[in-house]
Design a protein around this ligand. Structure first.
Ligand SMILES: Nc1ncnc2c1ncn2[C@@H]1O[C@H](COP(=O)(O)OP(=O)(O)OP(=O)(O)O)[C@@H](O)[C@H]1O
Length: 307
């Protein structure tokens, strides 16, 4: 049986406004590390609030660990750990007081499940007497994760845990998630960072309340239709409108210092023809190279061609 199941979940916050979620369905297997990948406003937090029984959906059905999110909210609350995007810590309590507070809420003690949080908690233990409000972003995140784990949940919901956290702490955080997964905990994590998608076993790409795609990161990349190229030029900002004006371009967008380009058809002469066209427009030093799409490229492709 799948540990998390959503069937046609819909939710609107405001009458007559576009819904936050519309017919969202997916399931997460026991022990899986599953990612919800999408930009701000996509509906990720709404999914977490429904699954953690903090919000009722308007339609559809969802279960967590076999329990119904409406009927069995008591059971769900005791078997899940939730790290919301914001406000999960008491800023005026110290690190240790926060952890003790969450342990007490769940009728347990820090000592009882210390083995599970040891690796994480040891990194913040030197600051155990510091108020949570005075911790760095990375330390807050480790404390929030320790608090979400203190009762050894079956399922862990993490809403954008790495937003606003430095690159090293982000990497350490994902290493921790892998260790927790190896302990048998099912993890659903959301992120707006496309590079983190490849660290999940399966992902759902989500945008404006709709799931665009669900699969392993490798399968999503493999399903990219056709070839993708990177164009480089010293004046890349001028290159964008001229490349877009070339007939036969399916996609053209800025990606860091480069442009990513896909043709409507993958003829082998197309890259050279595009370069000639751009040279005639005054772009003398343009370089084109075929590249492997990443999740962000797949996301952009799905947005323009959802089927
Ligand atoms: N309490 C609320 N009242 C009204 N609209 C809301 C509320 N919460 C969310 N929304 C709207 O619902 C949509 C989905 O928001 P949600 O917070 O679930 O997205 P998200 O993917 O988690 O993005 P973010 O990272 O910005 O929170 C957005 O359009 C948002 O403005």
């Amino acid at each position: 049986m799948d540990t998390v199941v959503l069937e046609n979940i819909s939710k609107s916050y405001i009458k007559d406004a576009p819904p936050a979620l519309e017919n969202v369905s997916f399931s997460v297997k026991k022990g899986e590390l599953f990612g919800l990948i999408g930009p701000d406003g996509a509906g990720k937090s709404t999914i977490f609030r429904i699954l953690t029984t903090l919000l009722l959906s308007d339609a559809g059905k969802a279960t967590v660990a076999g329990y119904d999110v409406v009927k069995d909210f008591h059971q769900i609350r005791s078997c899940v750990g939730y790290m919301p995007g914001k406000f999960s810590l008491y800023q005026d309590l110290t690190v240790e007081e926060n952890l003790n507070f969450f342990a007490t809420l769940f009728g347990t003690t820090i000592a009882e499940n210390y083995a599970l949080i040891k690796d994480i908690y040891e990194q913040i233990a030197p600051f155990k007497d510091r108020r949570a409000g005075k911790l760095s972003g990375g330390m807050k995140q480790k404390l929030a994760l320790s608090c979400a784990l203190v009762h050894r949940p079956e399922v862990l919901f993490l809403d954008e845990p790495t937003t606003g956290v430095d690159a090293v702490s982000r990497q350490e955080f994902w290493d921790m998630l892998k260790r927790l997964k190896n302990e048998g905990i099912t993890i659903v994590v959301s992120t707006p960072y496309m590079d983190e998608a490849s660290l999940c076993e399966r992902i759902a790409l989500i945008q404006t309340g709709h799931i665009l795609s669900i699969d392993t990161p490798d399968n999503i990349v493999a399903a990219y239709p056709g070839k993708l190229y990177a164009l480089r030029s010293p004046k890349v900002h001028l290159l964008l409108p001229d490349t877009r004006s070339y007939e036969g371009i399916r996609q053209c967008y800025a990606a860091g210092e480069k442009l990513h380009v896909a043709f409507q058809e993958d003829g082998k002469d197309h890259p050279a023809q595009l370069l000639t066209y751009l040279k005639n427009k005054g772009h003398q030093t343009v370089d084109i190279k075929e590249i492997r799409p990443d999740i962000e490229d797949c996301f952009i492709e799905k947005l323009s061609n959802p089927k």
